[in-house]
Design a protein around this ligand. Structure first.
Ligand SMILES: Nc1ncnc2c1ncn2[C@@H]1O[C@H](COP(=O)(O)OP(=O)(O)OP(=O)(O)O)[C@@H](O)[C@H]1O
Ligand SMILES: [Mg+2]
Length: 290
């Protein structure tokens, strides 16, 4: 199966850096504008929560240059994505089971050749995704932060983007910048927003509304078909839930354990379980995601 670009270009238009061309299947890219907001924590524990719900899940460490999913899961892989890309091993040999029962494909850290989107990285990554995605109910991509071309390429392959942000102004500014790029360059029309480390109930709803209002103003809306009809936003944010700031998360990370196994009753674990249920219903089992 070949991924084809879904964004036809108007004649004379400037070529977007990375077009949206999702690989067929359910691929959720977990990303953020600012680093260190909890992408890897969310990817690993969401995978565990989805596995508990009976889904076959793979987490792919798509932070190719600076991967650390192995650290969070306390895994010591003998073979990584690098070995698959260089033909040293088969894909099957590099996929390992994580403590939560889901599969992981780890990248290995410090590989400077993956910090730039060369044609080789692009082709290797695309081929890998086309090979691996059909084998799972859902593939989570734990990406790097920001809007580098490697990150944007990983996001372009995903059917859904799950943007993680914290309520801090710096995180929100960077989240806005990421959404703007995804909307203008990749023409992505829907982005799921997860607010991590929330301190007040209702944080996420308020942040989503606030970001949506700024997007409508500066990225735009599409006018309604008839005069008087409501205009629709060019890009729409879907709030998937909040995860509270929780000391149990830090304890689990320090012990290199999954929060869901370390503290299943902690508020952050409960929130992750609810978000997994929502994603299963609206994204993974839905024919056409809402
Ligand atoms: N809900 C939470 N409550 C408390 N601490 C949290 C929470 N979520 C994340 N953290 C803290 O934030 C740290 C960074 O998380 P993580 O490594 O998942 O971020 P990241 O976005 O993947 O970072 P990077 O951009 O470097 O890949 C964790 O080690 C943990 O200490
Ligand atoms: Mg990370």
């Amino acid at each position: 199966m070949t991924a084809t670009p879904t964004t036809p270009q108007a004649p004379g238009a400037v070529a977007p850096a990375v077009l949206l061309h999702p690989v067929k299947g359910k691929v959720i890219a977990v990303t953020s504008g600012k680093g260190g907001v909890g992408k890897t924590f969310v990817s690993a524990n969401l995978a565990a929560a989805l596995t508990r719900r009976g889904l076959k899940v793979l987490v792919l460490d798509a932070d190719l240059g600076l991967a650390n999913l192995d650290v969070v899961l306390n895994l010591y892989p003998k073979l990584t994505l690098h070995d698959v890309f260089t033909g040293k091993c088969e894909l099957e040999d590099a996929i390992i089971k994580a403590p939560g029962g889901f599969s992981v494909l780890l990248a290995g850290s410090g590989l400077v050749e993956y910090s730039r989107l060369t044609p080789e990285v692009r082709d290797d990554f695309l081929r890998l995704m086309e090979d691996v995605v059909p084998r799972y109910d859902v593939v989570l991509l734990d990406t790097g932060a920001g809007i580098s071309d490697v990150v944007l390429f990983a996001l372009s392959l995903a059917s859904e983007v799950l943007l993680v942000a914290t309520p801090e102004p710096t995180s929100l500014t960077d989240a806005y910048a990421t959404i703007k790029v995804l909307s203008t360059q990749q023409r992505r029309q829907r982005i799921r927003l997860l607010v991590n480390q929330s301190t007040r109930s209702g944080d996420g709803k308020a942040i989503t509304a606030q970001l949506q209002a700024v997007l409508n103003r500066f990225v735009g809306t599409v006018p309604g078909a008839t005069s008087g009809a409501k205009s629709t936003p060019t890009v729409r944010l879907h709030h998937v839930g909040d995860i509270p700031v929780d000391q149990a998360v830090k304890d689990a990370v320090m012990r290199r354990q999954l929060l869901l196994l370390h503290s299943p009753g902690a508020p952050a674990s409960v929130a992750l379980g609810q978000i997994a249920a929502r994603l299963e219903e609206t994204v993974i089992r839905a024919d056409e995601a809402a």
